[in-house]
Design a protein around this ligand. Structure first.
Ligand SMILES: Nc1nc2c(ncn2[C@@H]2O[C@H](COP(=O)(O)OP(=O)(O)O)[C@@H](O)[C@H]2O)c(=O)[nH]1
Ligand SMILES: [Mg+2]
Ligand SMILES: [Zn+2]
Ligand SMILES: [Zn+2]
Length: 399
């Protein structure tokens, strides 16, 4: 049962994990008088994630002695106790409060939609301003090559950095596409039960920037199926009314290969297949559709336009403001020739909402890949995620 009572998808490999029966990793601290375990290559990680980093041994505790949810185990080699829980399938460290009821949210977008730049900025926003705003603890889980890469890109874009945008890498090794995982922990008041820690998992993976024709469809579908809510990043330059202006500004035509409509149709197809939905049934999973790079359109609207407005910094999700923006963006998409997109959403999704975001805050020089000298001014990058959280009841909504 995936998304049912017992199994929750691993945020790294998206396989269902029985959280009552995790694998464990030795901490390297032996029981008194024992020889410590040594770090070595973990064959499971090599096979599933192509990651050969030496680590302490992993093991599955003796099945016979299992009582209730397993939070600690004893290393069979050095007899040290460990609380490092692993996914049995890929041996990644599970988030601390990962349970079968932790929802997982993800983000998708094709090459050129602005995914890498957005993820670089979002990972910083989450662990700083968003965490402060909601009094939450939002931390990265484990380490991944992607997290390190995103940090590097962000430093390049920040003042004092090289000012160069991330390159369109041709292909990454599997290890470099291991998802960046965040755990959002919050204290929740539960009726009659007092306070408890609730945990939401964010799993983002960044592809080498394929277009739809070269997408690893199996992996993408596996990922889409595992998420409880999705953020779909669309490139507004790909809408019919904006293409020519994009090309005139120096946008690489390769980044406009797939139109937003083609991307959405592909995602819908994969979700329908993953959920085995009949043609008359709508997709229930909430979908946040984000028009990225929205800074490119600031000069076309007045300073008080909803797409330019800063979101309020209160620790609630402002539902009315979000709905107003949603309707405004719908009208904008229609004006830009995306009426087919609107109809598609109405026919296929029960619960969707439009957002705008700008990771950079100002237009870069598209052809040379240089960012604006005023530096990074992210705009509304976290809002789609906040909506997904509020929709699940993890954040309160202000009506
Ligand atoms: N105007 C504007 N352009 C952006 C922004 N983010 C990305 N871009 C442009 O989109 C290109 C592709 O971005 P990238 O994040 O590499 O896209 P990816 O292929 O989806 O990972 C960048 O080189 C920029 O030219 C943004 O916030 N504003
Ligand atoms: Mg990219
Ligand atoms: Zn896994
Ligand atoms: Zn050990």
């Amino acid at each position: 049962m995936l998304n049912g009572k017992r199994l929750a998808p691993c945020p790294y490999c998206y396989e269902g994990v029985d959280t009552a029966m995790p694998a464990f990793r030795c901490t390297g601290r032996p029981a008194p008088g024992r020889n410590p375990c040594e770090k070595q290559q973990d064959d499971v990680r090599v096979k599933v994630l192509d990651d050969a980093t030496p680590v302490f041994p992993a093991f599955r505790p003796d099945r016979g002695r299992r009582i209730g949810p397993e939070v600690e185990a004893e290393c069979p080699h050095c007899f040290g106790r460990t609380g490092i829980r692993l996914c049995p399938n890929c041996h990644s460290i599970l988030p601390a409060n990962f349970t079968a009821s932790s929802p997982m949210f993800g983000l998708v977008g094709v090459r050129g939609s602005g995914k890498t730049v957005l993820l670089s900025v979002l990972s910083k926003e989450l662990t700083s301003s968003v965490a402060r705003r909601f009094g939450a603890s939002i931390d990265t889980v484990g380490s991944s090559a992607l997290l390190a890469r995103l940090d590097g890109y962000r430093k390049d874009l920040a003042p004092g950095g090289s000012g160069i945008l991330p390159p369109q890498t041709a292909a990454f090794r599997k290890a470099e596409t291991v998802p960046a995982v965040f755990e959002w922990q919050m204290t929740k008041q539960r009726w009659g039960l007092g306070a408890g820690t609730a945990s939401t998992i964010l799993s983002f993976y960044d592809t080498s920037g394929e277009d739809l024709s070269t997408l690893d469809k199996a992996r993408e579908q596996h990922y889409l199926a595992a998420t409880d809510g999705l953020i779909l990043l669309l490139d507004p330059f790909g809408l019919p009314a904006n293409r020519d202006s994009a090309l005139a500004r120096g946008v690489d035509p390769k980044n406009l290969t797939d139109t937003p409509m083609q991307v959405l149709t592909a995602v819908t197809g994969m979700l329908r297949e993953a959920d085995r939905l009949g043609p008359s049934k709508k997709i229930k999973r909430p979908l946040a559709i984000v028009l990225a790079k929205i800074d490119a359109f600031f000069s076309e609207v007045g300073p008080d336009d909803p797409i330019r407005k800063q979101p309020a910094g209160r620790p609630v999700f402002d539902e009315q403001e979000s709905l107003d923006l949603h309707h405004h963006v719908e009208a904008l998409v229609d004006r830009w020739g995306g009426d087919d997109l609107l109809r598609h959403l109405q026919h296929n999704y029960k619960n969707y909402r439009f957002f705008v975001a700008s990771a950079l805050g100002a237009e870069p020089q598209y052809a040379s890949g240089r960012v604006d000298s005023k530096g990074l001014r992210p705009h509304r990058v976290a809002e789609p995620l906040l909506w997904l959280m509020a929709d699940r009841g993890f954040l309160s909504k202000e009506k």
